[in-house]
Design a protein around this ligand. Structure first.
Ligand SMILES: [Zn+2]
Length: 117
């Protein structure tokens, strides 16, 4: 298996996810790996009710996108860690090799077909 090929794919995916995360979320100094949805900016004194409802709705959408992206990012990071540890391409449940085609489609795949929910 060409590990470097998958490492490159995973690094690209990681960069892509981080860019997307920056548009819907933020990290704090000290916890750069912990993303949270960006707080909406509005002035409660001047915003009318409809406007506040819009802002809140947008915040909820961003928040669910943020959670999904962060989950993907964590999977990609875990796969990169497995490359470093030499366990990449093996099912984390039973250690069986993961189908190369499956890895090609999703290099962050952590489980063989049998153990995928
Ligand atoms: Zn398995």
């Amino acid at each position: 298996m060409d590990i470097e090929h998958f490492r490159k794919k995973l690094e690209e995916e990681k960069a892509r996810l981080e860019t997307q995360l920056k548009s819907v979320g933020q990290t704090h100094p000290g916890t750069p790996d912990d993303w949270e949805p960006q707080r909406p900016e509005f002035n409660a004194q001047t915003s009318d009710e409809n406007e506040m409802a819009d802002v809140f709705e947008e915040f909820q959408t961003d928040a669910s996108i943020e959670v999904a992206l962060e989950t993907q990012l964590n999977e990609v990071k875990a796969a990169l860690k497995r490359i470093d540890e030499g366990t990449f391409g093996k099912c984390i449940e039973d250690g069986k090799p993961i189908d190369p085609e499956r890895l090609e489609a999703n290099p962050a795949a952590a489980r063989c077909v049998e153990h995928t929910v």
